[in-house]
Design a protein around this ligand. Structure first.
Ligand SMILES: C[S@@+](CC[C@H](N)C(=O)[O-])C[C@H]1O[C@@H](n2cnc3c(N)ncnc32)[C@H](O)[C@@H]1O
Length: 224
């Protein structure tokens, strides 16, 4: 590690790693929303399973597992950071907000490497209810035949977020319905998330029922 840019890069990753250790608090608006939705789902007898796509070190997955303790929690992640094909697609969208943001200028290739599935499982309150799906999403979903009542999509980039909607939206019906959270919908650094929602609506031929949840970041897509 010689050049100034390599040392700067290392500092960025050390900081990312350190930040990732900060556990979300129970009074975080997204966590409070999740708790109330889990209670509503139980009362309404929504019987599908739950999932997170984009787990990293499991900070939000911890709460999904805690509040939906009766449901199987599917955890989708490469556990090796972004996929090169997804980054290439993102760059082809040619959005200056992405390039000038947190993942622009090739920082995206090295983001989110500091994790592994063993670590994530070790921090879950009910690890026996968790199923790790390691690898590239949506390929890792091919063998799953479940219905879902809650999914957090948090993969940052256009292509996997669009694939997440394509895969999970139809899986909500049949188990009583459910909600998909589109994390980063209101994050200007990640314009691909909003585009994924717009393009999904266009290809589906209808407008999704959707609303913000009050965390300044996530959009709830409702299929109840
Ligand atoms: C912002 S992080 C997730 C943060 C996490 N939800 C939390 O609460 O801390 C994004 C994650 O998405 C994963 N990811 C992005 N694209 C993916 C894909 N196509 N398949 C699987 N995982 C992907 C990355 O590996 C990274 O860990």
């Amino acid at each position: 590690m010689n050049s100034i840019s390599e040392r700067a890069q290392k500092l960025i990753f050390d900081r990312e790693f350190a930040n990732s250790e900060l556990t979300m608090h129970e009074d975080h608006p997204r966590v409070k929303w999740l708790k109330e939705f889990s209670e509503y789902a139980a009362e309404q007898k929504l019987c599908g399973e739950v999932a997170e796509c984009g787990v990293f070190r499991g900070n939000f997955a911890y709460y999904i597992n805690k509040y939906f303790f009766k449901h199987t929690l599917y955890l989708f992640d490469t556990f090796e950071g972004f996929n090169a094909v997804d980054i290439k697609t993102e760059k082809s969208l040619d959005d200056p907000d992405f390039e000038s943001g947190r993942f622009g200028e090739d920082r995206s290739h090295k983001a989110f490497r500091g994790t592994n599935e063993k670590y994530v499982l070790s921090k879950m309150p009910y690890p026996q209810k968790c199923v790790i799906k390691k690898g590239y999403f949506p390929e890792t979903a091919k063998d799953i035949k479940e219905k879902f009542c809650f999914v957090n999509l948090d993969m940052d980039l256009y292509q996997p977020m669009l694939e997440g909607l394509r895969y999970f939206y139809p899986c909500m019906k049949g188990g009583g319905g459910g909600v998909i959270l589109m994390h980063d919908f209101f994050n200007n650094d990640l314009p691909g998330v909003k585009k994924a929602v717009v393009d999904f609506e266009q290809e589906a031929g209808f407008k999704l029922a959707k609303m913000p949840i009050g965390d300044g970041c996530s959009l709830a897509v409702i299929n109840l």
